[in-house]
Design a protein around this ligand. Structure first.
Ligand code: 5AD
Length: 433
């Protein structure tokens, strides 16, 4: 399967390459020394990850061309908003929606008004507006990342997380460096993935040296955009991982409410997390961050602040997902959040940043197995993940119960994902920025 389509380099401006995809042009960072105008490349996450022979590229483009335009048509039909704004009693709500459509910034009061909506007609308008903005600014490309969860050991005891160190009932596993490399190699060179997230608990068995060796070997074997999600490490470690070839980090701040953060974590400090996120951005990483939705005591104001913090961190990818209470954690008896609350956060995020990559998290899929992904994609999101963790480990990576992808063959999951994307007119590609 194709998770990116080749583009043709039409211009080189220093480190930036301008790439043409069937008449649409996008930018990406070039890290190849001898790249020339006219070359064909794959881009992912705003970076060029692979070069491709022109004959091969042209034949891929030929087979994809018809599909590319067909999908765009389906997407623009689904995302179109028909007719004038409905007459509504709630003028403030409609005013906020109108402003967002015109690309104007929302005040905090307006943002809160949207997040507090429970009326079903208003919710529909909010989700549709977010989807229309996504279509207007980013067209129909949807990045599909593979995620490999390589260790469930963790030195922390986050109150929400099923792999916290105090969960003595959990059988622990760690994959060897060679095993991880083999899974990435298979995912990239056999299944066609172009972006892979490597995630684990905070497991310092994987020293900086081991991680660097792994990243270098992967980059030598695979043209892939590599995203690390390994928790709090020193800035030096992140610097070295970047040098070795990692280009993305997935690292949530979990909640912008400092007091709540303090209650949920005994070993981690909010300020350090934010400092690290800022440092990662400065190092050049694509930063994916966000928070948990549905934490006990969380208010709409907290959610608004989560969105605003994500924006102020200049995150490239926004990751908001529901808390799924895990029976072996102190939050076991928390109430399950309503799916509309999560969809509102995704939609308002889109209204606040029209260009962001917004993820449908695997936890949203767990919250609503039938429709979670589809609803997320129709509420402003444009990014998905597919679990590639080997089946024997998947159940053990139980940060929350009933994680999506449990018990499903990877190939089956890929097929279902592609079918869903096609039904919505989305192309499973990431065309860059
Ligand atoms: N429900 C949903 N997401 C969770 N995470 C941890 N525990 C849970 C849970 N019970 C998320 C955290 C973390 C990411 C790897 O998993 O937000 O950053």
């Amino acid at each position: 399967m194709c998770y990116a389509i080749p583009g043709r380099v039409v211009e080189l401006k220093g480190k930036i390459a301008i790439i043409d995809y069937f008449g649409e042009s996008r930018k990406a960072f070039n890290e190849f020394d001898d790249l020339q105008v006219g070359d064909y490349v794959y881009a992912q996450g705003g970076f060029l990850v692979k070069r491709i022979e022109s004959n091969e590229a042209l034949s891929i483009l030929e087979t994809f061309k018809e599909m590319f335009f067909k999908l765009q048509k389906v997407d623009s039909r689904i995302s179109r908003i028909r007719g004038p704004e409905p007459k509504m009693v709630d003028e403030k709500f409609i005013k906020a929606i109108k402003k967002a459509k015109q690309g104007l910034s929302l005040t905090q009061e307006e943002t809160l008004r949207l997040l507090r909506t429970t009326d079903s007609q208003q919710l529909k308008i909010l989700f549709k507006t977010a989807n229309a903005l996504r279509q207007r600014h980013l067209k129909n490309s949807c990045c599909v990342h593979g995620i490999i969860e390589f260790s469930n050991y963790c030195k922390n005891d986050c109150y929400y997380c099923g792999i916290r160190k105090d969960n003595e009932k959990l059988e622990r596993y760690k994959m060897s460096i060679e095993e991880i490399i083999d899974v990435v190699d298979y995912a990239v060179n056999r299944l066609g993935f172009k972006a892979i997230v490597l995630q684990s608990g905070e497991d310092f068995w994987y020293t900086t040296e081991k991680l660097i060796k792994m990243i270098k070997e992967i980059k030598a074997r695979c043209g892939v955009f590599l995203i690390l999600s390994v928790g709090e490490r020193s800035i030096k470690c992140y610097e070295q991982m970047y040098k070795a070839g990692a280009r993305g980090v997935l690292f949530r701040f979990e909640t912008s409410n400092k007091k709540m953060y303090g209650k949920l974590h005994t070993t981690l400090k909010f300020e350090r997390r934010i400092k690290l996120l800022e440092a990662m951005g400065k190092l050049g990483y694509l930063v994916a961050t966000g928070s948990l939705v549905g934490l006990p005591g969380q208010t709409e104001e907290d959610l608004m602040n989560d969105i605003l913090l994500t924006k102020s961190l200049k995150a490239d990818m926004w990751s908001f997902g529901p808390l799924i209470p895990h029976p072996e954690t102190p939050l076991s008896s928390s109430k399950m959040v309503n799916i509309n609350t999560v969809l509102k956060v995704l939609a308002v995020s889109r209204l606040i940043d029209s260009k962001a990559k917004i993820l449908v998290t695997t936890a949203l899929e767990t919250l609503d197995k039938e429709n979670g992904r589809r609803l997320g994609l129709l509420s402003g999101a444009n990014s998905l993940m597919i679990t590639l963790t080997p089946a024997k480990y998947r159940k053990l990576y139980s940060i929350y119960p009933e994680k999506s992808g449990d018990g499903k063959e990877i190939e089956e999951n890929i097929k279902e994902t592609i079918a869903l994307l096609y039904s919505l007119g989305r192309a499973p590609t990431d065309l860059g920025i």
